[in-house]
Design a protein around this ligand. Structure first.
Ligand SMILES: NC(=O)c1ccc[n+]([C@@H]2O[C@H](COP(=O)([O-])OP(=O)(O)OC[C@H]3O[C@@H](n4cnc5c(N)ncnc54)[C@H](OP(=O)(O)O)[C@@H]3O)[C@@H](O)[C@H]2O)c1
Length: 325
């Protein structure tokens, strides 16, 4: 009797070398999937291979601005996950070319090959927003659903985890600066969500256990203002800092200068996003289109932040337990 061994499904993860992508890649690899990671610089994606068995994770060059590279990345794939996103524009990396047309191009190639997909969008994605980022994310998700009606759209709030660029960035700033800025008074509300919870939702989409053609709002267990996020971070790194309110007009002036730098700390487009609360919608809660609705219990900041922010404490991992200046 012949023994038939089926080959594990192949998932192409666009942007799999980034912060969210690498956690999705790891979660998929743990489930036994073969994973192809498509990004512009596969030579810089060597950190991914140890997340799976030998040969299980393969980086490949792809740029969403060139359709033929998308076609090549999806050759023989069973599923696609798009985690490509940019926070600011630079050179030919425009919000429209990467987040709208890039997502659309992936979806059209998926449709042509009978592949389904998940699109990582954002809670802030909004076709009517004044922010170019938010509008391009909304356009990307709409184009994906048009081409692949059974696609899954995941819309996370701000995402935290070991390599995040939010808590790490402000904790780094707190090491040197006696003050931390609270833009617009720090009143904007967020629902920080743990990166592994987002990755679990994406992996379940690849498993086929999420309803297709549906958008899920992914938030953590707590809604916190920007000020409260900073207070939580300072508590964990055991430092006292002044939280100074920066009025919107002054923030806009600062951003217009900062955005001239290569990797800007703040842009005027980000200020437009910061002006709007970033929390799970009432409709998503009512309809169960949330992590809890998927049966995933979201991890709290309190449980996770100390596991990676300890390096910003004065005594590093040798905690003193007391807040220092
Ligand atoms: N982080 C958050 O708090 C957050 C919150 C809500 C939603 N999201 C969404 O989650 C997704 C992932 O975010 P992230 O924080 O993981 O971003 P990230 O760390 O900056 O990763 C972005 C990834 O996209 C790749 N990439 C960039 N431009 C590309 C292009 N033209 N073609 C192909 N690949 C390209 C990058 O690799 P190369 O540079 O090598 O190409 C990298 O792998 C994004 O869609 C973002 O909008 C993030």
């Amino acid at each position: 009797m012949a023994l038939i061994v089926s080959t594990p499904k192949l998932v192409t993860v666009f942007g799999g070398s980034g912060f969210v992508g690498r956690h999705i890649v790891r979660t998929l690899a743990k489930r036994g999937y073969r994973v192809r990671v498509a990004c512009r610089r596969p030579d810089l994606a060597g950190h991914l291979q140890p997340l799976g068995n030998v040969g299980q994770i393969q980086p490949i060059q792809a740029n969403l601005r060139y359709r033929w590279t998308i076609e090549r990345a999806l050759e023989g794939a069973d599923y696609a996950i798009n985690c490509v996103g940019i926070l600011h524009e630079s050179g030919r990396q425009r919000f429209s070319s990467v987040q709208s047309f890039g997502a659309q191009a992936i979806a059209e190639v998926c449709r042509a090959n009978g592949i389904s997909m998940t699109q990582i969008s954002a809670i802030g994605a909004d076709a009517d927003s004044r922010s170019d980022y938010a509008r391009s994310k909304a356009a990307g998700a709409a184009a994906v659903l048009e081409a692949v009606p059974d696609a899954v759209i995941l819309r996370p709030s701000i995402i935290f985890g070991p390599e995040d660029s939010f808590f790490n960035r402000f904790a780094e700033m707190a090491r040197f600066s006696p003050v931390l800025p609270l833009i617009g008074g720090g009143k904007t509300k967020f629902q920080p969500v743990y990166v592994a919870d987002v990755a679990e939702a994406a992996a379940r989409a690849a498993d086929g256990t999420l309803a297709g053609g549906t958008s899920y709002d992914l938030g953590g267990p707590e809604v916190l203002s920007f000020r409260e996020c900073m207070e939580r971070m300072l508590e964990v790194i055991e430092r006292k800092r002044w939280l100074v309110s920066v009025p919107w007009p002054l923030a806009r002036m600062k951003a217009s200068v900062l955005e001239l730098l290569p990797n800007p700390l703040l842009t005027r487009d980000q200020l437009l996003q910061l002006a709007v609360d970033n929390v799970v919608s009432e409709a998503a809660i009512r309809e169960g289109r949330t992590l809890e609705g998927l049966g995933i219990r979201p991890q709290s900041l309190q449980a996770i932040l100390p596991t990676y922010l300890w390096r910003f404490r004065r005594a590093g991992q040798y905690t003193t337990g007391s807040v220092t200046s």
